[in-house]
Design a protein around this ligand. Structure first.
Ligand SMILES: C[S@@+](CC[C@H](N)C(=O)[O-])C[C@H]1O[C@@H](n2cnc3c(N)ncnc32)[C@H](O)[C@@H]1O
Length: 275
């Protein structure tokens, strides 16, 4: 099944995002000439719980220096820059949304990490990379936009070398029946949202030729973090995900918490080994 690329890109597109981020950094007193990856974490970690979730997934993966990593659906490149800075990985980020790819590259220039992190625009279902090009495929909160999971996991397997690993975080359906409340961070309505249950996600990954080496349900942490943010209004012009999500930010935050409280969604972290 083909993806509706335009719908995904329209959902994530945010005009003048780079300028808004730079203005927020300046307002926060950051010296752009001395910027480091950590300075960007409030805005460039676009998934539940932001940087702490990336740190946890990286610990689960335990990457060594020099690994070739593909960050599939890299967004603004926060996790990619973190993996390069904290673990010495060589990271390529690929994302469907052209504006995100452009901003990711410009932010990477600001943190002077162009030697270890690069980006390209493309579809996770048909990447431009040769077979067995990567030691790790890393993908946080992307599969929710992708209906054809068999094709996604087959493509991930194809670009991984034998013995390579796939590290993922994903939103999954919860135990409650019924639709989600929208808008959500990855979709403004059900037509663009393709969640599987935790069990179905596991089965689809295993069926593609992986064995799971770690599987963690992080729903409770996601809910606790969302509860902590409840009712918090970011100061105008501050560095945060409201710059990425735009005017829907308050509704998205409220729906995320409501869907977690009503057990309509869950969150998993996992690492799978390519057979
Ligand atoms: C919620 S954001 C997560 C971004 C990033 N992984 C992070 O955690 O900061 C989801 C990203 O997936 C990308 N995406 C969705 N479908 C995709 C596809 N078929 N191929 C590549 N990227 C895709 C979107 O453009 C968006 O940047």
């Amino acid at each position: 099944m083909a993806i509706d690329a335009q719908a995904v890109q329209d959902h994530y597109r945010q005009p003048a995002l780079f300028d808004a981020i730079v203005a927020a950094l300046a307002r926060a007193g950051k010296d752009l000439a001395q910027l480091v990856a950590d300075d960007l974490a409030p805005v460039d970690e676009f998934h539940n719980r932001g940087r702490p979730a990336t740190v946890e997934l990286a610990r689960l993966l335990d990457p060594t220096g020099g690994l070739r990593v593909l960050d599939l659906g890299c967004g603004l490149g926060g996790p990619a820059r973190h993996l390069a800075q904290a673990y010495g990985c060589r990271v390529t980020g690929l994302d469907l949304t052209p504006e995100f790819v452009a901003v990711a590259a410009r932010l990477t220039a600001l943190t002077r990490q162009e030697d270890s992190v690069d980006f390209c625009q493309g579809d996770a279902l048909a990447t431009p990379f040769a077979a067995a090009s990567f030691d790790v495929v890393w993908s946080q909160n992307v599969a929710m936009n992708i209906a054809d999971r068999a094709r996604l996991y087959a493509e991930i397997r194809r670009v991984l070398r034998p013995g390579g690993r796939y590290a993922l975080s994903d939103v999954v359906t919860g135990t409650a029946a019924g639709d989600l409340h929208y808008p959500m961070p990855w979709a403004r309505g059900p037509e663009a949202s393709h969640l599987l249950s935790s069990d179905a996600t596991r089965r689809a990954i295993e069926a593609a030729g992986f064995s799971l080496v770690a599987w963690e349900d992080t729903t409770a942490s996601a809910r606790a973090a969302a509860e902590k943010r409840e009712g918090v209004v970011p100061p105008p012009g501050s560095l945060g995900l409201q710059l990425v999500l735009g005017s829907d930010f308050p509704a998205i935050g409220a729906n995320l918490l409501r869907n977690l409280r009503e057990s309509r969604i869950g969150v998993v972290h996992a690492v799978a080994l390519r057979a």
